[in-house]
Design a protein around this ligand. Structure first.
Ligand code: NAD
Length: 462
């Protein structure tokens, strides 16, 4: 059932376990009228929530974090069952929601404006909340991405209506219940399951939704951006990626090669930050491939409930078919890991090489456990290849030369980049895309700015 809603709708969606194909439960999608009612509740709750003293808002967010922590195992198991995440990752994700709530619980009491020297009086700025914030979440990290949006939005004094993806609504629905148990007032956080074309679309078109955070495909992001233009609606977009993992010959190749699978096959490659293009300096190419092969064939793929499993299934049969289309008969498979047979959406980790940079597998987002390896000649060639994409979300580079690390980190057109690691999203630091990977930044110390408008007030002293 949708949180805070008693209406029924005709066709509930069956929610499936991607590792087994079994039906877990079914969830009713909201009608447009029900979405409107939820937005009306959020608008009315906003009038109270914005007036809650900063210290009290902080306390409520800390209680919400504590409720998430107390239900960490339960939330993780929901994500394992519904999204096919491996247990270790799912536990990390539930812990991440808790940590993000705690981090932004520190914000309401520190969201200070400025006093600016002006002649004839006093000038000050205030950070005003925007009102109702709509958050649209994809299926690949249903719980973590929900937390990255809702925590700073609530901390800044907004109310939130959050639409989970059709395939993966369960962890978000549970977070909504936990928020109420923690004492957040009714209407402050509502979870609205349902199709993108009904619920998501209404969050775009409803004038009382003042800001939208959309995470999903670049294609849908483009339609959302044009929809928001109608009302000059504030918008954050976190979209697709085709990130590069650049390995220079002077790197610790014996370390970079076995780490490479974990930069792309995590969450079965269904990760917007997946480093799905490995660029290797030609002089180190053979050595790199030698060390990459055992690491790829050694990735443990299987039952996501087992603590030792490293990679689970793909989200759906349709998505599996889409991933498989990048590895047709005769594709240049350099080597491949293994995966279970039988029910479930299984796809073995796959390395394609040699591949031309213009090939489909090297240029389009695959969103599955398929990676291409492409050689390069020198630093300029590496940067050219890395930037030869409309995307710019993430990336890694491996070198022992600190000057090169800085030069290349600055030259690659991307929102985040890690040197000698595959670190991606850390809640302490800003996250978001360059070029067609997105607009705006989430997380980090400045996240509340995306959920507030600056108001300038001048008081005459004359
Ligand atoms: P998607 O774009 O199909 O759907 C994302 C969400 O938008 C879903 O909740 C969906 O119901 C909703 N939606 C669909 N059509 C809509 C419409 N017309 N109006 C409003 N809402 C609509 O994406 P997906 O398949 O769920 O997720 C995969 C994509 O998300 C990949 O491209 C991936 O790279 C991207 N992604 C990006 C980030 C990031 O932070 N940059 C993170 C995760 C996923």
């Amino acid at each position: 059932m949708p949180i805070g809603n008693n209406h029924t709708v005709p066709s509930p969606t069956a929610i499936l376990n991607p590792a087994t194909g079994a039906v877990i439960t079914s969830v009713e999608g909201l009608t447009e009228g029900e979405v409107d009612a939820a937005i009306a509740r959020a608008s009315s709750a906003f009038e109270t929530w914005r007036g809650v003293a900063p210290g009290d808002r902080a306390r409520l967010l800390r209680r919400f974090a504590a409720a998430v922590d107390a239900h960490r195992d339960e939330l993780a198991l929901l994500e394992v069952a519904n999204a096919g995440h491996v247990l270790g990752n799912a536990l990390w994700e539930a812990g991440n929601v808790r940590d993000v709530l705690e981090f932004y619980a520190g914000a309401p009491e520190r969201h200070s404006g400025r006093q600016i020297p002006v002649p004839g009086g006093i000038d000050m700025t205030f950070y005003e909340p925007l009102g109702v914030v709509g958050i649209i979440v994809p299926w690949n990290f249903p719980m973590a991405i929900a937390g990255w949006g809702l925590a700073p939005a609530l901390a800044a004094g907004n109310t939130v209506v959050l639409k989970p993806a059709e395939l993966t609504p369960l962890s978000a629905l549970r977070l909504g219940e936990l928020s109420l148990e923690a004492g957040l007032p009714d209407g402050v956080l509502q979870i609205l399951p349902g199709p993108g074309r009904v619920v998501g679309r209404r969050l775009v078109t409803h004038p009382a939704v003042r800001k939208l955070c959309f995470t999903g495909s670049t294609e849908v992001g483009r339609t959302i951006m044009s929809g928001c233009a109608e009302q000059i609606k504030r918008l954050t977009l976190e979209l697709g990626g085709k990130s590069a993992n650049i390995v220079f010959a002077d790197a610790d190749v014996e370390l970079a090669a076995p780490r490479a699978p974990y930069g792309v096959f995590d969450n079965a490659g269904q990760d917007c930050c997946a480093r799905s293009r490995i660029l290797v300096q030609r002089s180190a190419y053979d050595r790199f491939m030698e060390h990459l092969e055992p690491a790829v064939t050694g990735v443990v793929v299987g039952d996501p409930t087992q603590a030792t499993t490293e990679m689970g299934p793909l989200i759906s049969p349709a998505h599996m078919a889409s991933v498989a289309s990048f590895v047709p008969d005769g594709a240049p498979v350099a080597f491949r890991g293994t995966c279970p047979d039988g029910p479930g959406n299984w796809f073995a980790p796959t390395v394609l090489a040699p591949v031309d940079p213009s090939d489909r597998a090297a240029s389009e987002e695959i969103f599955g456990p398929v990676v291409v390896v492409i050689p390069f000649d020198d630093e300029a060639d590496a940067v050219r290849l890395a930037n030869d994409t409309p995307y710019g979300l993430s990336g890694s580079l491996w070198t022992r030369d600190i000057g090169r690390a800085l030069r290349v980190a600055r030259a690659v057109e991307t929102g985040t980049l890690s040197v000698n690691s595959h670190s991606s999203v850390r809640y302490w630091t800003p996250f978001g895309g360059a070029k067609q990977s997105g607009l705006g930044r989430e997380l980090g110390p400045d996240a509340l700015h995306a959920f507030s408008d600056v108001k300038n007030v001048f008081i005459s002293s004359e």
